[in-house]
Design a protein around this ligand. Structure first.
Ligand SMILES: *Cc1c(COP(=O)(O)O)cnc(C)c1O
Length: 477
């Protein structure tokens, strides 16, 4: 896989070697105060070229979207056009400083305003806030808004949040952090929300429901309108988890089916690379009843002038200044580049690609909820006696593919969650399907090949329990 020759030794340090030439000291030398220098640290001594090669070589051992197909389900790591990075890196945006004030930041605030307007149109919301820095941060904002709404109506007793058992782990976490209690709603035989269980949970202590549609099973929640009605009739509100909107953009506006407040991950669906905790934006959109509770400030326009203003009953700030501004520039560029028609094609291609892969693979990997999927589907990796999903995932690395999300959602045993994304070619999808089918055959004919995979990486199968419980996080030569 890696054609670059490895250095002969791992230890590359050589005493006295340096990578920089410092100018001659032109101030009096002063000794470093005692105790400040950690002499026990054995820092490597290296020349520049060795350091550059070391890190470049390490970077080539990584999977990345720029080198390989990356079908990670639920957390869409899709193609992020380089043009959007170029836009965000323009000196005018990069050098903008929020403290120069609204009057001198008209361009930046106008961009925030226009992006708000585009996202309002995509979601059908009456207002949106671009403050939160992540999906989970947006959820927290949304739950605070729901809580504030009930408190303003004298309904302090509404403390229960209903959460389907297929939900992303961040949903119950955000809800708990906001001081509410979660109640888990089971799924029915079709993978949708169990309507009887929902009915039974709806009482006057319900603050709302947090629902993901398409669900993390990759299925469209067909009862979404009935679910929203049931929760509204009980006096609760509907929170939509829209981290992955790429099955719906330009096709369905969530507010039209009864969602009151929702987050979109601009760093998943709207073209900012994510992972590793990098900067993101969890935009929150709200229906009219909740708009005045949005976190602020938002960009507003009056007579062609732009300024930042905070809604009347805002839950407050979630992030300094305009939020993660470069992410906003990328999202705006992306939306403008695709336009209304492009947004729709994006969703159609995401769904088409996922269904194409599903049909090619389901004869070899069981799909527990086999109806037509949206942007992703959940197969199962127990394809032969003694074979687990982990074995399949590790073997995929030998074929040069980043494994899909595994063991999530929790309600599918041996889950293998595949999301091809809207931008992969048929050739890539076919090559991936061929590899998956070959692995399913290997699982039957030579299972040991899977049990000991991966074979082609610098390090083979890790002891994942030990890695999690007793991590060794730094190398000591
Ligand atoms: C990624 C994701 C989240 C959380 O988003 P972060 O930006 O990682 O906090 C929430 N829900 C779903 C369905 C997701 O895929």
């Amino acid at each position: 896989m890696n054609l670059i020759p490895e250095p002969l030794a791992f230890e590359l340090s050589s005493p006295g070697r340096v990578g920089v030439a410092l100018p001659k000291c032109d101030v009096p030398a002063t000794p470093v105060p005692a105790g400040l220098l950690r002499t026990e640290l054995k820092l490597p001594e290296l020349d520049e070229l060795t350091v550059v090669r070391h890190f470049t070589r390490l970077s080539q051992k990584n999977f990345s979207i720029d080198t390989q197909f990356y079908p990670l389900g639920s957390c869409t790591m899709k193609y992020n056009p380089k043009a959007n990075d170029a836009a965000a890196a323009q000196p005018g945006w990069k050098g903008a400083h929020p403290l120069v004030g609204d009057a001198r930041n008209q361009g930046a605030i106008e961009l925030v305003y226009r992006l708000q307007e585009s996202l309002k149109a995509i979601g059908g919301f009456s207002a949106v806030s671009l403050q939160p820095a992540a999906g989970a941060h947006g959820e927290l904002a949304g739950v605070f808004m729901i809580r504030a709404y009930h408190l303003a109506r004298g309904q302090a007793g509404r403390v229960k949040m209903l959460i389907p058992d297929s939900a992303h782990g961040t949903n119950p976490a955000s809800c708990t952090m906001a001081g509410l209690t979660t109640v888990t709603i089971p799924s029915d035989a079709e993978g949708g929300v169990d309507m009887e269980a929902l009915r039974a949970a709806c009482d006057d202590t319900v603050a709302g429901i947090m629902i993901t549609n398409p669900s993390t099973l990759g299925l469209f929640e067909r009862n979404i309108e009935a679910i929203a009605r049931m929760v509204h009739d009980a006096g609760g509100l509907v929170y939509g988890d829209g981290a992955n909107m790429n099955a719906l953009t330009g096709i369905l506006r969530p507010a039209d089916v009864g969602i009151d407040v929702m987050h979109f991950n601009l760093h998943k669906t709207f073209s900012t690379p994510h992972g590793g905790g990098g900067p993101g934006v969890g935009m929150v959109g709200a229906a009219p009843a909740l708009a005045e509770y949005l976190p602020g400030p938002l960009a507003v326009e009056k007579d062609g002038k732009f300024s930042m203003a905070t809604p009347a009953r805002s839950i407050g700030r979630m992030k300094a200044f305009y939020g993660n501004f470069a992410v906003l520039v990328r999202a705006y560029t992306y939306i403008r580049m695709l336009g209304e028609e492009g947004m729709k094609r994006l969703a159609e291609s995401a769904v088409l690609n996922a269904n194409y892969l599903k049909v090619r693979l389901e004869k070899h990997y069981e799909v527990k909820y086999p109806r037509r999927c949206m942007h992703e589907f959940v197969a199962m990796g127990d394809v032969a006696e003694g074979i687990r999903t982990l074995d399949i995932a590790k073997r995929m690395i030998d074929y040069g593919y980043h494994p899909p999300t595994i063991y999530f959602p929790l309600i599918v045993p041996e889950a293998l969650m595949v999301e091809p994304t809207e931008t992969e070619s048929k050739e890539t999808l076919d090559a991936f399907a061929d590899a998956m089918i070959k692995i399913a055959e290997e699982a039957k004919s030579s299972p040991e090949l899977l049990h000991s995979a991966p074979h082609l990486t610098p390090i083979g199968r890790l002891d994942e329990v030990a890695a999690a419980r007793c991590p060794v996080l730094c190398y000591r030569g």
